[in-house]
Write a protein that binds this ligand. Sequence first.
Ligand SMILES: Cc1ncc(C[n+]2csc(CCOP(=O)(O)OP(=O)(O)O)c2C)c(N)n1
Ligand SMILES: [Mg+2]
Length: 899
Amino acid sequence: MRNPVPKDNAELEALEQREWREALDYVIQQGDRGRVQRLLATLRHHSRMAGVALPFSAVTAYVNTIQPDEETPLPGSQEIERRIKSLIRWNAMAMVVRANRLSDGIGGHISTYASAATLYEVGFNHFFRGKGREGDGDIIYFQGHASPGIYARAFLEGRLPVERLENFRHELRSGGGLSSYPHPWLMPDFWEFPTVSMGLGPLISIYQARFNRYLEDRNLKKASTSKVWAFLGDGETDEPESLGAISLAAREKLDNLIWVVNCNLQRLDGPVRGNGQIIQELEAIFRGAGWNVIKVLWGSDWDPLLAKDHDGLLAKRMGEVVDGQYQKYAVESGAYFREHFFGTDPRLLDMVKHMSDDQLKRLRLGGHDPVKVYNAFKNAVETKGRPTVVLARTIKGYGMGEAGEGKNVTHQQKKMNEADLRSFRTRFGIPISDEQVAETPFYRPAEDSPELQYVRERRKALGGSVPSRVVRVEPLKVGLDNVFEEFYKGTEGRKASTTMVFVRMLSKLLRDKEIGDLIVPIVPDEARTFGMEALFRAVGIYSHVGQKYEPVDMDTLLYYKEAKDGQILEEGITEAGSISSFIAAGTAYATHGVNTIPFFIYYSMFGFQRVGDLIWAGADSRVRGFLLGGTSGRTTLAGEGLQHQDGNSLVYSLCYPNCLSYDPAYAYELAVIIQDGIKRMYHDQESIFYYLTVMNEQYAMPEMPKNAREGILKGMYRFRAAPETAGESGKDTKSKLRAQLFGSGAIMNEVVAAQEILQKYGVAADVWSVTSYTELYRDGHACERWNMLHPTETPKVPYVTQCLKDAPGVFVAASDYCKVLADSIDRWAPRRIRSLGTDGFGRSEDRTALRDFFEVDARFVAIAALSELLADGQIEAKVVAQAIKDLKVNPEKPNPATA
Ligand SMILES: Cc1ncc(C[n+]2csc(CCOP(=O)(O)OP(=O)(O)O)c2C)c(N)n1
Ligand SMILES: [Mg+2]
């Protein structure tokens, strides 16, 4: 039929619209999707060249990404999976309700798992691979607050006895309990990854997926198809850590990474985006970053309605309702939904006129529809070349009814009254009688029931149960004397800093035939700062795609070499990302059965202070490896000032129970500590990790004194005894005045110098190197505790006390860190310890000025010793006053602790 001649512009446009649509329809019918996409891309480019730009939109319509005709049916039995899920729902809820009935206030969460149950169950029945089949299975980060559901499934699988469920949040009861959230430290055979500090799981999962590639690219592991899954809350995406590294995942084309965001539109207090749409916001962010985004918004019940939506009216209406309003629909009646959602347009009302209010109320959301979720996960698993995020819409507290479904209080709801329990029971068809329901008993069908058989069969087919933490690694047989020997000899007068010494050790370790391949150096764009640039060329910087360009410094010896089998993880300026890599590498002994040994070196102020919670998660994960706080010390790092100069990190690290911290002064100390650390972590398989401060002041490294090894590891040893002679006369006077001086790190040299100054005042001082106040502190408390509990046995003597019991004179300690470190061991010293340290804000200055400002140089050490002798009545005030004058110390200078 020929089109009539249009009579005005409106008609002309309508005609154009029709013709173009018909033309497009023709291509859609004839060709594949690619042909349509190419055609539209050409048109877009063509109009762009003609000066017509299309408005940018990062979002698609508020409908499911996967269309019904693209779906495949759910394999297996949907009905039996529903029954299994219902049982898990019940037991998860019962776990929390029972726990709080017995001890009010013990807490726990019902609503998170209630909203996520379908997401998990589709995973458990069809996707999550256990470690039993090929490869290592999948790596799964479960949302921390959903843990009751994960426990309830393990209960059905027969992995957890009912007694453990009964002791949810009562870990200390006899027979053991269940930890509130995923903690590998507390349940080392079960949980693999801690997730409950929100934002950390998502971030770590990205670096985990990248590390899996690294292991394969470096031939430390066979290539595998295992996936990294991270489940997170929509509220959780507000944590900057959650989204902070998503561009890395896309850039690295991590198609082994799948995120599932449970979009129940609520967080703890209320809606995530009451006045907006969190799903659309996330879609834009992830699409912009280059992820494959699958929106699972509407359940199959909506498909017939959307199929009738030829003009896009329904989709448009779906896209204009804000989340706060959607939440309102979830708690309201079907009549309300009809009136307020469909009632905005008679044509919409017409669409649903055949449906009852009840049917409208029961229209399911996508995240509660196993078929939709299955297809989303299937798409995610099959997607190549980019990571996938599934944005699944659910209702928080699904099934809790009046007790909380969709309500703002639901996150905190720990209890259900009898009526709510009854309707929960009925809704999910749990075979528990009216009489029993108030008790909320756990329910597990018979071993040979179809449900349990199905559960077992599915898990067997998928390679065994998850989560499950298994350490399969062989202890590393290492001596490494060949690597460390040279450092015990000292530098024969040549100057070096502990940072330089460390870098040399690292280079030697990297070259070692036995363990070289296992070393994983990690730097956040700081390699040149630490003098590590030679390693770029020597072992290469890891890049999955190798090096596609000719580096600008190609003609130099130390050029910037990127390689597929490169060993260094050069993370760029992200301490959070780097520590995530550290955690991935330091837990590979369990996750992958590979003994990788990470060395993460960073600016020490940006460690515990900045990413302390990630380090805490690493500690919980039983991470192994070495953290190196580079060029640290509040007065040793010259010039950098208040932000960079670190006197804090050793105080923070004290609180990490399985972190051993050291502040070494000399090359041999560092060598002893690292050699022993590798042995303890990788041979003895201890779940510990190390924090070492390394400084950039250069000085001659002495030879290791005899019998120092044990003391270095325990935290202190006598480095240099007082000279035989004392006093100006030079005769052997065996001075009456004695002092014990403790030095650490770069301040050790100030203490050695103070020994000489004190000689001039007739004081004979021994010098000790304190390598670790934290180890001394822990040992002191451990002894005290043991003694308290074993009053009739021979008391244990703290190592500090053993060292100092016969040491004469006054005690003075100085370090480049806060004074509290030395104060912390004071109680086990026979007399009080006078501590000097660097409390306060740093300054841009040189070392001499800084040490004067912070009162930690040799002069202050000497004055402190004299002051202690005065307090002890051994010398007169005027001697100290004279020393202050002699040493040119201004007694009226500002107090650095507050200045
Ligand atoms: C870093 C951090 N801050 C705060 C909390 C406390 N918290 C636990 S759950 C929660 C709300 C979670 O909301 P969402 O991420 O949307 O998860 P949902 O339970 O809705 O699935 C909050 C604030 C936490 N666990 N971690
Ligand atoms: Mg939420």
